[in-house]
Design a protein around this ligand. Structure first.
Ligand SMILES: [Zn+2]
Length: 424
């Protein structure tokens, strides 16, 4: 890395701290989706002054979008004086609820001993700030660069990204004609490159029964017992099958390197009453029982196979178990995404980590998902990674923080990557 770019980034330490604090102090809580316009306007003001053309884009009609809580996104683009490729830094601007257990002001942006505290500090306002500092330093150092740089701040990643990256991808913002390299500065640690994530399938399964008096259950048909048979079958057949499947994806933690399924909820029979209700239950055989499954799957499996496997087990019960009937409703699905290790953005950032930090990067994949899924599936852009400062395990926790030194180091890696990609 040129020493001067390094020095420029180092000189922006105070600016980086102030920027991170300012972003944390705009509480962009999701749900419900507060202050999205405020944070986009803040960034628009800053980036316009640096020569970016900025678009504020509201995801009209996206889940959660309303006049009370509009889903605002910012896309800022700066063209270089010469043609070339476009590097896009995408950060989500929303943060999750505060939760209990804080000893700091969650929206205070307190700085102490190299750490900035606040909800969203690590996930991912620190990454957003680091990418902005990296880009601004690069533009000062190399005003004659080739290509274009984009910075986006997008809504709703924490609730699936449909009012954010998915919406922008639908509108063509991640078309490979427009954007060639995407870096998402999620908090994956400054020496790790995240290549992608597993898939997910969420579905509600309902077993059917027949209501009758609880003293004569033989006159009805208990939907909860039918559900017990479903869960038994999962234990006996599905869980062992999933545990036997391993992925080539470098998913961390290790336990997520196989297929997994969480039973998210179960409800059957009389609805739950309010806590202050003092009555006793009526005696009924439940005629319906519902579970929600959260099935995380591997890139090697395929969504259709995952769905068919569960349906085959249910159909088998239907064929063998007297009175058994069911319905299944998909709630949502996410396709796995994995960028090739030889893809240009991976090779570039990996080399930048070697140059700047003097160590080989770790390649990882995420057990859950993040906005890469939309860039891949809707945008059809496969040259995308997550790379950014912050300790992943601190995300969504009380007293979340991001390290200033880590932000500066990852900004240097980003700046070095820009040199590789945009200086022919
Ligand atoms: Zn995040």
């Amino acid at each position: 890395m040129s020493d001067t770019l390094h020095q420029r980034i180092e000189n922006k330490r105070d600016d980086l701290i102030k920027l991170t604090q300012d972003l944390i102090r705009i509480p962009t809580l999701n749900p419900p989706g507060e202050n999205y316009l405020a944070i986009c306007e803040y960034l628009e003001t800053r980036l316009s002054a640096k020569g970016f053309s900025c678009e504020l884009i509201r995801a009209f009609g996206a889940p959660g979008d309303s006049d009370a809580y509009p889903r605002w996104n910012l896309v800022a683009r700066r063209e270089g004086p010469r043609p070339g490729e476009c590097v896009h830094f995408n950060s989500h601007h929303d943060v999750v609820e505060v939760g209990a257990g804080w000893t700091r002001d969650p929206f205070g942006g307190e700085l102490e001993d190299d750490k900035i505290y606040g909800r969203g500090a690590c996930d991912m306002k620190g990454g957003l700030a680091a990418s902005i500092i990296a880009v601004e330093a690069f533009l000062e150092e190399h005003p004659d660069f080739a290509g274009a740089i984009e910075i986006s701040a997008t809504a709703d990643e924490e609730s699936g990204g449909y009012g954010g990256v998915a919406y922008l991808a639908e509108k063509g913002y991640f078309d490979p004609e427009r954007v060639q390299h995407v870096i998402i500065p999620e908090p994956l640690n400054k020496d790790r490159i995240c290549l992608g994530h597993r898939g997910g399938w969420w579905a509600e399964i309902e077993t059917k029964g027949e209501i009758a008096h609880g003293s004569m259950p033989f006159l009805g048909d208990c939907a909860v017992r039918h559900m017990a048979a479903v869960l038994d079958k999962f234990e006996a057949e599905l869980y062992p099958a999933m545990a036997s499947r391993h992925t080539e994806m470098p998913v961390v933690p290790e336990g997520a390197r196989q297929s997994t399924m969480n039973i998210n909820s179960i409800h059957g029979g009389q609805p739950e009453q309010p806590a202050d209700f003092t009555g006793l239950p009526a005696h009924c055989v439940p005629d319906s029982c519902r579970i929600v499954i959260d099935r995380r799957f591997l890139i090697e499996e395929g969504l259709e196979n995952v769905q068919a496997e569960v349906i085959a087990l249910l159909d088998d019960l239907k064929a063998r178990r007297p009175g058994f009937d069911y319905e299944i409703r998909e709630l949502n699905h996410v396709i796995p995404s994995m960028t090739d290790k030889d893809a240009p953005v991976v090779a570039t950032v990996a080399q930048a980590i070697r140059d700047v930090l003097g160590q080989d990067p770790d390649f990882v994949a995420s057990p859950g998902s993040y906005d890469q899924k939309h860039i891949d599936r809707i945008g059809r852009l496969q040259n995308c990674i997550a790379y950014g400062p912050g300790v992943l395990e601190l995300a969504h926790k009380p007293d979340e923080w991001v390290g200033v030194t880590d932000m500066l180091d990852s900004a240097r890696v980003m700046g070095r990557s820009l040199q590789q990609l945009l200086l022919p």
